[in-house]
Design a protein around this ligand. Structure first.
Ligand SMILES: Cc1cc2nc3c(=O)[nH]c(=O)nc-3n(C[C@H](O)[C@H](O)[C@H](O)COP(=O)(O)OP(=O)(O)OC[C@H]3O[C@@H](n4cnc5c(N)ncnc54)[C@H](O)[C@@H]3O)c2cc1C
Length: 476
C-alpha cells in the first residue's frame, strides 16, 4: 500500500491502525461539524480535557453538529475497527471522554435546551453542560437535579447517576431521566423510554456510556428557583463533633434539606475573611429547598449548636449555587480521585478522616461526603442500574492542584487517605468519581445489577464497541 494513500491514525510512532485517506476525506466531507486531526490548528485544544493529568492523543476528533454526524462517526469507527470514545463535557476523572490513537465522538456542539414549562420537562442536547440546563430552566422557575459544578457535562454525569444538591429532594439525575435518544453501535438511532427499549433506559440510568451515544436527554424538571444555600465552615478542632452530629442528622433531616460534609482549605482571597484564608477547616455545603420563610428557622438549631466560623448560607438563585465553585476549579488542573460508597460513619472512620483531612496537601484538594439518601432511597436498588441505593454517602477524596509538579503529592495523599478508609466502606464506588480502576472495581460498583447490565450490553453492543468507559463487558 502506498504511504500517501493511508494515514497512520495517531500521527505518532505507536500508530497501530491505518485508515485509507480517502475514507477519512469522505467522513470529513459528510460531517456538518469538524473532523480534527493531529497537526490541525484546533487539535491541541480539542484533545484537552478538564483533568490536566490526562494527556491522550486521538487520531481523529469528530466534533459532531447533529445526530447525522454522530451516526456517520459511529459507522466510520465501526467500519474501520477504531477505538472510539464519547466526549460530553470532558470532565471525567480518568479522561474517559478521550482516547489514544482512536476516534473521539465529540458532542460539544450538540448543545441545546428546550424547556416545556407546561409539561415540566426539559429536552437537552447530548453535549450540553449543566450550566446550560440551569440557565434555561431557571427562567421558568424550574431545575433538574445535577451536580455541584456547572461546567460538568450532562452526558457523563447523568449516565453515571448524577449526585448533587437536589439529591435528597428530587433523587439522582437518572431518577429524573424520562427518555434518551441513542445512536447504537450499529449506527441505528433509537429512543429509550418507559414504552420502548425499556431495558436500555434501565441500563442508561447508571450504566454510563456503555450502550451508545446519547444525542438527547429528556428530564423531568422541578419547581425550584431560589434556594437557601451556601457554605458553613468550622475549625478543625470541631470536626469530630460536627461529623458525629452530622452522621445522625442527615439520616433524619427533611428531604428539603441537603448538606454535604467537606475537609477543605479556605481559598486565599475575597470573599473569605483574611483570618480564615489558607486555613485547613471542615465545612458543610447546604442547600435548603423548602419554603424560604421557614429557612431561618430550619438553620437556627444548627447555628446554635455549632456557631460557624464562616456562614455564607442564605437565599441564592439555584444557578448561582450551581456555579459557585466554577471559578475555583477552572479546567486544566491536576486531579486525582479516589472514591467509595459509605453506609456508616463510625468513630473509627471519623478518627481516620481527621488524620488525613487535617493534612490536605494543596488549597484545591478536598474530601466530600455526599448524602445519597432522601428521595434517592425511594428507588429500589434494582430499579435502575445504580445499585447503591442503600448507601448513606458517596465519599470522594480528590487531590487537586494547578501545578503538575505537585502531581505525586496530591496522588499520594488521596491514595493513603483512601487506603485507610476503604476497609470501612460499603465496597464499591460511584463510577463517576473513579479513575480507571479495572473490572473488579466496576463489578463491585454495580453489584448484582452487573449481570443484567452485561446482558443488555450484549443486546445493544455485542462487540463492546463502546469500551472507553467504566466498562461493562457483553455477557457471553
Ligand atoms: C469538577 C467536577 C465536579 C463534579 N461534580 C459532580 C457532582 O456534583 N455530581 C456528580 O454526580 N458527578 C460529579 N462529577 C463527576 C462527573 O459526573 C463525571 O466526571 C462525568 O463523567 C462527567 O461527565 P462529562 O460528560 O463532563 O464527561 P466526559 O469526560 O465528556 O465523558 C465521560 C464519559 O461519559 C460518557 N458520556 C458522556 N456524554 C455522553 C453521551 N452524550 N452519550 C454517551 N456517553 C456519554 C462517555 O462514556 C465518557 O466516557 C464532577 C466532576 C468534576 C471534574
Amino acid at each position: 500500500m502506498l504511504k500517501e494513500e493511508h494515514i497512520g491514525l495517531s500521527g505518532r510512532s505507536t500508530a497501530a491502525v491505518v485508515v485509507a485517506k480517502e475514507a477519512i476525506d469522505t467522513l470529513k466531507a459528510s460531517l456538518r461539524g469538524e473532523l480534527i486531526q493531529p497537526g490541525d490548528e484546533d487539535y491541541e485544544a480539542a484533545r484537552k480535557v478538564y483533568n490536566g493529568m490526562i494527556d491522550k492523543h486521538p487520531a481523529l476528533i469528530a466534533r459532531c453538529a447533529d445526530v447525522a454526524d454522530v451516526i456517520a462517526a459511529v459507522n466510520f469507527g465501526r467500519e474501520n475497527n477504531l477505538l472510539v470514545s464519547i466526549r460530553g463535557g470532558g470532565h471525567n476523572a480518568g479522561g474517559l471522554g478521550i482516547c489514544d490513537d482512536g476516534l473521539v465522538i465529540d458532542l460539544s456542539r450538540i448543545r441545546y435546551t428546550h424547556v416545556d414549562p407546561a409539561a415540566g420537562t426539559v429536552r437537552v442536547g447530548g453535549g450540553s453542560t449543566w450550566g446550560d440546563v440551569d440557565h434555561a430552566t431557571h427562567a421558568f422557575g424550574l431545575a433538574v437535579p445535577c451536580g455541584i459544578i456547572s461546567t460538568t457535562g450532562v452526558g457523563g454525569l447523568t449516565l453515571g447517576g448524577g449526585l448533587g444538591y437536589l439529591t435528597r429532594k428530587c433523587g439522582l439525575a437518572i431518577d429524573n431521566l424520562m427518555a434518551a435518544d441513542v445512536v447504537l453501535a450499529n449506527g441505528q438511532l433509537v429512543t429509550a423510554d418507559e414504552q420502548q427499549h425499556e431495558d436500555l433506559l434501565w441500563a442508561l440510568r447508571g450504566g454510563g456510556g456503555n450502550f451508545g451515544v446519547v444525542t438527547s436527554f429528556l428530564f423531568k424538571a422541578h419547581p425550584i428557583q431560589t434556594v437557601y444555600a451556601g457554605p458553613m465552615f468550622w475549625d478543625l478542632e470541631q470536626a469530630a463533633e460536627v461529623m458525629r452530629w452530622y452522621r445522625q442528622f442527615i439520616t433524619e433531616a427533611p428531604n428539603a434539606l441537603y448538606g454535604f460534609f467537606a475537609f477543605l482549605i479556605v481559598p486565599p482571597g475575597p470573599p473569605f475573611p483574611e483570618h480564615l484564608r489558607n486555613k485547613n477547616m471542615c465545612g458543610m455545603l447546604w442547600c435548603y429547598t423548602g419554603p424560604l420563610e421557614q429557612a431561618e428557622e430550619t438553620f437556627k438549631p444548627i447555628r446554635a449548636l455549632f456557631p460557624p466560623a464562616l456562614d455564607f448560607v442564605g437565599p441564592i438563585p439555584h444557578p448561582m449555587l450551581q456555579s459557585m465553585f466554577d471559578a475555583l476549579y477552572p479546567p486544566g488542573m491536576q486531579w486525582y480521585w479516589k472514591a467509595d460508597f459509605v453506609n456508616e460513619l463510625s468513630d473509627e472512620a471519623i478518627r481516620l478522616h481527621l488524620k488525613h483531612g487535617s493534612q490536605i496537601p494543596t488549597m484545591h484538594s478536598t474530601m466530600h461526603l455526599y448524602p445519597v439518601n432522601g428521595a434517592a432511597h425511594r428507588v429500589g436498588k434494582n430499579d435502575t442500574a445504580w445499585s447503591y441505593r442503600d448507601a448513606t454517602w458517596a465519599q470522594v477524596i480528590v487531590g487537586v492542584d494547578p501545578d503538575p509538579a505537585n502531581k505525586d503529592r496530591i496522588t499520594d495523599w488521596a491514595r493513603q487517605y483512601w487506603d485507610d478508609l476503604h476497609p470501612l466502606s460499603a465496597g464499591g464506588a460511584y463510577v463517576n468519581f473513579m479513575m480507571e480502576e479495572g473490572e473488579d472495581r466496576v463489578k463491585a460498583s454495580y453489584r448484582d445489577n452487573y449481570e443484567r447490565l452485561a446482558a443488555i450490553k450484549r443486546k445493544y453492543d455485542p462487540t463492546n464497541f463502546f469500551r472507553v468507559n467504566q466498562n461493562i463487558k457483553p455477557a457471553v
